[in-house]
Design a protein around this ligand. Structure first.
Ligand code: ATP
Length: 335
């Protein structure tokens, strides 16, 4: 549906987006993940038609999405964007900000739809406040409510959950999932959503595909399971969840066979290292990170190697000696 082909964008000498191709299908959620400065917002603005690409093309169905230099009004009417700064109108209320997106609709429908969006995004209590009288999370939810007020083909969201507390984060995640999943069966069939996030758990849990950006390049685009289970490199592994990075020369101290170049990095997810009295290596607990559902331990094996292990036992203390079982077949070998 939305297809980008070989997109590139530089700011002077800095190549912010390099030769990126991707496509979004109707009913699909795609998460864009990358380190700060890796080009996520630039790519989002290119896809939205808000920034002119140096090279490459963008198409929505069969129509070219033009950049601002070729349009009277920047952007595309069927592509909605939520920026990191929200861009709310400062002098009108939250309610009026949302209603503005529905200004071409008849009054009764508009009022009813605004009420529905206020309820959906838990904004009823602040509907008569101006943006400056609301919290960061309320502003963020207003920007999202405004973006989803009427059906669109594409939603592009730049860190849509960054200011939300956990209950609101889960709420808005559900709102977006429902909207995107149900869009293919409704009369206005087919919304696709691409969202930028720094949070691996959001990317893994609600997207159909994760795109990983590294210094402007899309280094991996695949399902959450594939990206988490077979990350392309150490950077991809670290962005998608906790990982132990181990140099080849240290593998034997983990009871693993030496592989390839001694300086090559390998990865091991903490959940693949377990406390086991029959385990092949031993170490001393150096830190304990209580996580509610489980606990992560930092276990020092020797001067050079300390491993994070995800364990269900919550009674381990700093200084405890433990034996570890390492799932050898789960060693991440990067391409
Ligand atoms: N208008 C601009 N002029 C010059 N450089 C820019 C401009 N916009 C972005 N950049 C640079 O391009 C690179 C990519 O920026 P971008 O905002 O796309 O990164 P990002 O991945 O969204 O970062 P963050 O996660 O911190 O928001 C950065 O080095 C940034 O400084």
């Amino acid at each position: 549906m939305l297809t980008a082909h070989n997109l590139s964008k530089s700011f002077d000498a800095l190549a912010a987006v390099r030769n990126v191709s991707l496509s979004l299908a109707a009913g699909e959620m795609v998460a864009l993940v990358g380190a700060s400065g890796s080009g996520k917002s630039t790519l989002l603005n290119l896809l939205a038609g808000l920034l002119d690409a140096d090279r490459g093309t963008i198409r929505l169905d069969n129509e070219a999405v033009a950049g601002p230099k070729d349009r009277l009004v920047a952007g595309h009417p069927q592509i909605r964007v939520v920026h990191q700064e929200y861009q709310l109108m400062p002098n009108v209320t939250i309610r009026e900000n949302i209603a503005f997106a529905l200004r071409y609709y008849e009054r009764t429908y508009r009022d009813q739809r605004v009420n529905e969006l206020l309820r959906l995004c838990r904004l009823e209590a602040v509907q008569h406040h101006k943006p400056r009288e609301t919290s960061g999370g309320e502003k963020q939810r207003t920007a999202i409510a405004r973006a989803i007020a009427e059906p669109a083909r594409v939603l592009l969201l730049d860190e849509p959950f960054s200011h939300l507390d956990l209950p609101n984060r889960l709420l808005i995640r559900d709102v977006l999932i429902d909207l995107v999943r149900n869009s293919t069966t409704g009369p206005d069939a087919g919304t696709a959503c691409l969202f930028v996030t720094h949070d691996a758990s959001d990317a893994l849990s609600i997207s159909d595909q994760i795109g990983l950006l590294q210094r402007g390049r899309l280094i991996q685009l695949d399902t959450p399971r594939a990206v988490y289970g077979q990350p392309k490199n150490a950077y991809a592994a670290s962005l998608t969840g906790p990982v132990n990075l181990i140099r080849g020369k240290h593998l034997p101290s983990l009871g693993l066979p030496a592989l390839g170049n001694p300086d090559t990095e390998y990865g091991l997810r903490p959940e693949h290292i377990q406390i086991d009295p029959a385990g092949t290596v031993s170490g001393r607990v150096e830190r304990v990170f209580f996580g509610g559902r489980d606990t992560e331990l930092l276990v020092r094996l020797n001067r050079f190697v300390a491993l994070r292990a995800l364990v269900s036992q919550t009674d381990r203390r700093i200084g405890d000696e433990v034996r570890l079982h390492i799932a050898q077949d789960k060693l991440l070998v990067f391409s």
